[in-house]
Design a protein around this ligand. Structure first.
Ligand SMILES: [Zn+2]
Length: 271
């Protein structure tokens, strides 16, 4: 990542009507997390996902977190409208180590997300083996475990924003009665003082719905949980994806402001 590349992201964002973007690379992409991922991996000695987990992390954890934060901070100092952030997966039992690792970096914002239900990367929608596992696991149990992970992530207080809060729907699998799960997610965010992320990414996934679902967004609003907005872009093409639609979506839900972050301190921005 270079400052020129970040500049191109900012230009694309501004052309889509977005004034400021947060750079939130996944923490597992950095070699500094290898020990934490290794410890988490050891928790699942019998897992059918074991070789997939190993290969995925081994091939992805090559970047340098020091360099990433340095370049992103330089871009900010140079006047580009960016915030320096990370997206942190929930790893049960390992969050103290995660907190310790990230505390050493000058970050503006840390997103927290659930991408693993124990040993299962349930959102790897392009992998038929992983998707087949939905049948073994069961939709209700998956949502129950996903929601428990959201609660644990929130209570760890390691992260500021609950990213794509109902990601469990990504492949299009929804529980018969989502209300109890939504109530628990909204209460978890409220109790931890987290914001909830409203993301357009769900519209490009089999779920075909923004994160969070309208009913969950309504519950966040009712509990006074603030929101951020995101396109969850993994490349230049999706920067600012459907920004106008997200704006309409959150206004419809009653929101009048968004949360922004500087040095991990939230402040409100009018919509
Ligand atoms: Zn994510």
């Amino acid at each position: 990542m270079s400052i020129d590349e970040i500049g191109a992201y900012c230009e694309k964002a501004q052309s889509e009507g977005v004034r400021e973007i947060a750079l939130t690379e996944h923490l597992f992409r950095f070699r500094q997390t290898e020990a934490i991922l290794g410890d988490y991996f050891l928790r699942f000695p019998e897992s059918p996902m074991r070789s997939l987990m190993y290969d995925y992390w081994h091939s992805h954890s090559k970047a340098d977190l020091d360099v990433y934060v340095e370049v992103a901070s330089e871009a900010k100092s140079a006047g580009l409208p960016v915030r320096v952030g990370l997206e942190v997966d929930y790893y049960r039992g390992e969050m103290d180590k995660v907190a310790q690792l990230i505390s050493g970096y000058p970050l503006d914002v840390v997103l927290g997300s659930i991408h693993w239900i124990d040993d299962w990367p349930f959102d790897h929608i392009s992998d038929p083996f992983v998707m087949e596992y939905w049948n073994h696991y069961g939709v209700e149990r998956a949502w129950s475990e996903y929601t428990r992970a959201v609660e644990e992530l929130a209570s760890s207080r390691v992260t500021d924003v609950l990213a794509h809060p109902d990601l469990a729907k990504v492949a299009g699998h929804r529980p018969a009665l989502p209300t109890e799960f939504y109530d628990r997610m909204a209460e978890a965010a409220r109790a931890a003082g987290m914001a909830a992320e409203v993301s357009s990414a769900g519209w490009r996934k089999p779920a075909k719905e923004a994160y969070p679902a309208p009913l969950l967004l309504a519950k966040f609003f009712a509990l006074g949980v603030p929101i951020t907005t995101a396109s969850d872009s993994h490349g230049l093409d999706h920067v600012g994806f459907r920004t106008a639609d997200i704006r309409d979506y959150v206004i419809e839900a009653g929101y009048k402001s968004l949360m922004a972050y500087s040095e991990r301190k939230p402040f409100s921005v009018e919509l």
